[in-house]
Write a protein that binds this ligand. Structure first.
Ligand SMILES: [Ca+2]
Ligand SMILES: [Ca+2]
Ligand SMILES: [Ca+2]
Ligand SMILES: [Ca+2]
Ligand SMILES: [Zn+2]
Length: 491
């Protein structure tokens, strides 16, 4: 859910003083929407930026101010998925709140003096969680150049541009949140002249990595394993995810003030409940306005809605939560999508945190520890399939042939004597206790008809002519040869 008011925030720039701290954990921070607590970031698509720094001066690395700043934008673009900074070169001066993102040299920030030692300032306008404008103003009182490595008396424009474009994207200073990391987003300029892992992780939390997430499609849902009372947290992104044909809108049962939202960038997880119990599922910790829905069913065409949610607290806590009871052995499908505010840029997207908490209220369904194994045999021989399952309750078994129950095949091992080719196919077994059932993987029985074994052709010279001998004729020749051999060795 979105608010409609515009508000201005400003970020202080880079100071010339002090050294950057040395690295440890990942600890990126964001400029937040103070109403929702979510990061203020750009919607999916391109972020147009007009670079108006000049192209006449050749700098130490061979670039110009304009091309050095364009390279800074490219450094971010290759790291992020849902938005791209699209630079164009222009001339003129910047305007505040003019719906244009501009990079300029100036001696003031829209009438305000630069604070002491500040190299640059990035302004920001936002609406709800979304950025709408940002200008980068480089302090024209400083001497600027473009180079890599240790800092010199002239300031490297490119690393300052990378830093300020990080603010434009929505990142803040990790070192000002008491965190000690190696980052170009730290508040003080240093020998760090490119993005670090921390900078990239922060940006990817907002915009995802390049590419489409592996669990975009319903059929490619990521499996969650939680086989007893407990909790599990999964992380993902819905950056560049899509809505499939026939896919429902996910928060249609979102609550009294929450109506169905079209979403459009869904990703999927699935989890099989180990026993009857109660579940709480939420998206707290995600970096965007999520939608969450729970279903049963094996395909988009036969989904049954179990629960869904848009906002925990409409418009304020925009993460989603649902509680529901589960049946042991049933597989539940979880869709996480982004709220779509109809801005023409599709559903919101960014990093996802999905928290599953399960409390078992019954005995667990059987767990198959050894699956039946495929075999290949000749006709007429005997074979068997076996399963091993564990359970705290009494187990029963039912073997299936090509999905159909086999009469009387109700033990852990199913024996087949003197198999025929008609018995070739897929065998599986459903193991049941009082909590529910679980069906094994299918094992294949392949039945071969043995080819006749060719008997040795006599080498005694008596064969001669007449084409391929029949089986019987060969046997006679072999017997005759054996008889001759015995006679020769008789005393
Ligand atoms: Ca502007
Ligand atoms: Ca999808
Ligand atoms: Ca929401
Ligand atoms: Ca949108
Ligand atoms: Zn800064």
């Amino acid at each position: 859910m979105k608010t409609s008011s515009n508000h201005l925030f400003r970020r202080a720039g880079v100071s010339l003083l002090a050294l950057a701290a040395v690295a440890s954990a990942l600890a990126f921070t964001f400029v937040l929407n103070d109403k929702t607590g979510l990061p203020s970031k750009w919607p999916a698509g391109s972020i147009p930026v007009k670079i108006m720094l000049g192209s006449t001066t050749t700098l130490s690395d061979g670039s110009t101010y304009n091309s050095s700043a364009a390279a800074a934008a490219l450094a971010w673009n290759v790291a992020i998925g849902s938005a791209q900074i699209q630079t164009t070169v222009a001339t003129g001066s910047a305007g505040d709140n003019n719906d244009l993102n501009e990079m300029v040299f100036a001696d003031k920030v829209y009438g305000k003096d630069f604070e002491a030692n500040v190299l640059a300032v990035t302004t920001g306008w936002s609406r709800g969680n979304e950025r709408t404008e940002g200008d980068v103003i480089f302090n024209s009182a400083k001497v600027w150049d473009s180079y890599r490595g240790a800092t010199r008396s002239a300031v490297d424009l490119q690393r300052v541009a990378i830093h300020e474009l990080g603010h434009l994207l929505g990142l803040d200073h990790p070192d000002e949140k008491g965190q000690s990391v190696s980052a170009i987003m730290n508040s003080h300029i240093s020998s760090i002249d490119a993005l670090t892992q921390d900078d990239v992780s922060g940006a990817q939390s907002l915009y995802g990595p390049p590419g489409i997430p592996a669990n975009d499609a319903f059929a490619n849902a990521e499996v969650i394993t939680l086989s007893a009372t407990g909790t599990v947290t999964k992380n993902g992104v819905n950056t560049n995810a899509t809505k499939e044909t026939g896919e429902p809108s996910h928060a249609i049962n979102g609550g009294p003030s929450q109506t169905a939202n079209s979403g459009g960038r869904s990703v999927w997880w699935r989890w099989t409940a180990p026993s009857a119990g109660n579940v709480t599922l939420d998206t707290r910790g995600s970096y965007f306005d999520t939608l969450l829905a729970v279903y049963t069913g094996t395909a988009l065409a036969n989904l049954v809605s179990v629960a869904s949610s848009d906002d925990i607290d409409p418009g304020v806590v925009q993460a989603s939560t649902v509680t529901f009871t589960v049946t042991g052995g049933t597989t539940y499908r979880f869709a996480v999508d982004g709220f779509n505010n109809a801005d023409g840029k599709g559903a919101d997207s960014a990093g996802i945190t999905l928290n599953l908490a399960f409390t078992s209220t019954g005995i667990a369904v059987p767990v198959i520890t050894t699956q039946p194994v495929s075999v290949t045999v000749n006709t007429g021989v005997s074979t068997s399939f076996s399963v091993v399952a564990t359970s705290t309750a009494t187990l029963t078994y039912q073997w299936l042939f090509n999905g159909t129950a086999i009469t009387g095949a109700t033990n852990a091992t199913y024996n087949l004597s003197s198999v025929t080719t008609a018995q070739g196919g897929t065998y599986s077994v459903t193991v049941t206790n009082s909590a529910g059932s679980v069906t094994s993987d299918g094992a294949t029985l392949t039945v071969n008809t043995p080819a006749p074994t060719p008997a040795p052709v006599s080498s005694g010279g008596g064969g001669g002519g007449g084409g391929a001998p029949s089986l019987w004729f060969c046997a006679v020749l072999a017997a005759l040869g054996l008889a001759r051999f015995l006679r020769r060795n008789s005393p």
